[in-house]
Design a protein around this ligand. Structure first.
Ligand code: GLN
Length: 509
């Protein structure tokens, strides 16, 4: 018998032992979605029929002894920014309402080729712009720990689905923190791989030079197993790295011993201190102490340019986004709105009316900002300067990684805030990504591991581990070590302590 509270690795083992079937597992998750998703709203589309059909195929394969991967038969949810053949892909925007893509993103194709049934598509801030999922045109997702609070963003749907046991695994995308920050505030694990480590083909672009898809899970081992499935070179993505990657599953298993002897850990000076929630800092320091007890050598490392990361990001991202979103012109696909009171409207008039009705405020804000930053006469002053800052941030990383193996910080400055609290204050919203943005600007990999509950509000907080580009195995090794050390301390999984989950339905065990 399987339980939706098991980890994906445990579900895979239960399938292998013949204790459950993929159809049963998939049905249990669909039941759970039916029971809690009216409250949580993690999903924009649920594909019960498709998931059960894929599950039946997995069971048939298993009976023939022809497994496609270690996760064959374990269901998964996918952020609605990745294209899926035959399933709507809205990116959380009205402008793509009803669009059904004619092709699968490479990540989705790889999930299918590995035999994972796809439960549905998860909610997100419109075009992945936001830190709370409140910018979704289809209504916010709620945090399973407290339904009046945000689940992080932009990938709040994927994180909430995993935290609420609606899915054991999910795919997110991280342009400035959208996998890691939702992980931190929902008590789940999120990984942003090295830029180019996971294909962006079929990932509807927010900012091409920053976007990266990655795993959203409840344990580090599950994330590693999922990364092994979705990662690796893809000729369809020109920025995909053409090299062999080590097994991240092996790295996570090795790390789980908790032995940190000989590992040099750098605490980033600039990503802590004033303005950080005391409970977040307390859990962070505790985790650092645990790493020291386990044999790590911990030093403080300064990355002076990181204080400019936000400013650079909010020029580079809008610049790329304004150009990427130009394709939503009501001519080829998606929403088309005819301007009122205009006979024979021109193409431009239709575009204007459609984009006005189809995009939300945050998207419009960034299109205006990006277009301005790229306009002639301002390009050097804004975009050009931001690119120079980006280089300085990469140099900070390079210098830091000469001294240490990994860098660490809290993942987000606060725990989950209340719905509506920061909605009218863009800068307050942007500040949530203070600690996650530098990794995107320089392409390095990072993980957020749940590090306990903040004392003030009993809400989850996350611990971020960053490694040099291509050294994703290190984030799994150190992440798994910390997870094991913390589990010993708590006597189990953090998610067992989530209050709203208990109220919104039982364990289908
Ligand atoms: N919150 C950040 C933003 O709004 C990050 C978004 C993301 O990673 N997709 O840009």
């Amino acid at each position: 018998m399987s339980s939706i509270r098991q980890t994906a690795a445990e579900m895979a083992a239960a399938l292998a032992a013949g204790e459950t079937t993929s159809v049963e597992l998939t049905r249990q998750h669909l039941d759970r979605i039916g029971a809690v998703d009216t409250d949580v709203h993690a999903f924009l589309h649920v594909d019960a029929e498709g998931a059960l059909a894929q599950a039946a195929e997995s069971d048939a394969r298993r009976a023939r002894g022809e497994l496609l991967s270690p996760l064959d038969g374990v269901p998964i949810a996918v952020k609605d920014v990745l294209t899926t053949t035959g399933l709507p892909t809205t990116c959380g925007s009205r402008i793509l309402e009803g669009w059904v893509p004619p092709y699968d993103a490479t990540v989705v194709a790889r999930l299918k080729a590995a035999g994972l049934p796809i439960l549905g598509k998860t909610n997100m801030d419109e075009f992945a712009m936001g830190s709370s999922t409140e910018h979704s045109a289809y209504g916010p997702t709620r945090n399973p720990w407290d339904l009046d609070r945000i689940p992080g963003g932009s990938g709040g749907g994927s994180a909430a689905a995993v935290a609420a046991f609606e899915a054991p695994l999910a795919i997110g995308t991280d342009t400035g923190g959208s996998i890691r920050q939702p992980g931190a505030v929902t008590g789940t694990v999120g990984v942003k791989p090295t830029y180019g480590g996971v294909s962006r083909y079929g990932l509807v672009a927010l900012a091409n030079s920053l976007d990266q898809a990655g795993p959203v899970t409840r344990t580090v081992l599950d994330a590693a197993m999922l990364h092994d499935v979705i990662g690796g070179h893809d000729p369809k993505d020109s920025t995909s790295i053409d090299q062999e990657w080590p097994s991240f599953t092996d790295a996570a298993r090795e790390g789980a011993s908790g032995d940190m002897t000989g590992v040099k850990v750098g605490v980033i000076t600039e990503l802590a201190g004033d303005g950080w929630q005391p409970g977040v800092m307390a859990r962070f320091s505790e985790s650092v102490d645990l790493l020291v007890e386990a044999g790590a050598e911990v030093v403080e490392v300064s990355c002076p340019s990181f204080v400019h990361a936000m400013a650079a990001y909010y020029l580079i991202l809008p610049a790329e986004a304004s150009s990427n979103l130009a394709k939503f012109d009501a001519m080829r696909y998606g929403l088309r709105v005819l301007p009122e009171g205009v006979d024979n409207p021109s193409a431009e008039e239709v575009m204007r009316a459609s984009r006005d009705a189809g995009f939300g405020d945050e998207v419009k804000r960034r299109i205006i900002l990006g277009t301005y930053a790229l306009s002639s006469g301002y390009y050097d002053a804004y975009y050009g300067q931001a690119q120079k800052v980006r280089t300085l941030i990469s140099r900070d990383f390079e210098a830091a990684f000469e001294k240490v193996d990994v860098l660490v910080s809290p993942t987000a400055p606060t725990t989950a805030f209340r719905l509506g609290e920061k909605l009218d204050d863009p800068i307050a919203m942007y500040l949530n990504d203070l600690a996650t943005i530098p990794a995107n600007l320089s392409g390095v990999p990072g993980i957020s591991v749940p590090s306990g509950l903040a004392d003030e509000d009993d809400l989850p907080t996350g611990f971020q581990v960053l490694a040099p580009a291509l050294a994703d195995d290190r984030v799994y090794r150190v992440g798994a070590a910390l997870e094991a050390l913390l589990a010993k301390r708590w006597g189990g999984s953090l998610l067992d302590r989530a209050p709203a989950l208990a109220e919104t339905g039982g364990t289908h065990a």
